[in-house]
Write a protein that binds this ligand. Sequence first.
Ligand SMILES: [Zn+2]
Length: 123
Amino acid sequence: MSVFAGDVPACGGIIDAVEMIDHYIDGAELVTKRDSKARLRRGIFEAWGNGCAYCGCPADTLDHVRPLACGGLTVRENLIPACSSCNLAKSDNDWINWFRGQVFWDHHRETQVAVWLKDHLNG
Ligand SMILES: [Zn+2]
């Protein structure tokens, strides 16, 4: 005998069917939220080729360009991949002031970050 919900006989009645649908919807919403978080993270990493937006090393964190402490939000337009070293060092500093003081500062990467922020804020 199967334990799958889909195999419940039709004579199980309408109430059973409605309960099944409710559970399904609840489950789907949980999965969707988890999925969208993972998708957001994956999408940002992919957009940057999995490299730290600041130094180019492999990124393993997402940096809030505008720090959470300064009212920055956890949204795509405020998140860029960063290696943990840059993320820690940048901390709550203004990204452009901090970045320009680094030995690995690069005009091209600074432009990329600025465009990312600008594109998303205008969009
Ligand atoms: Zn870095």
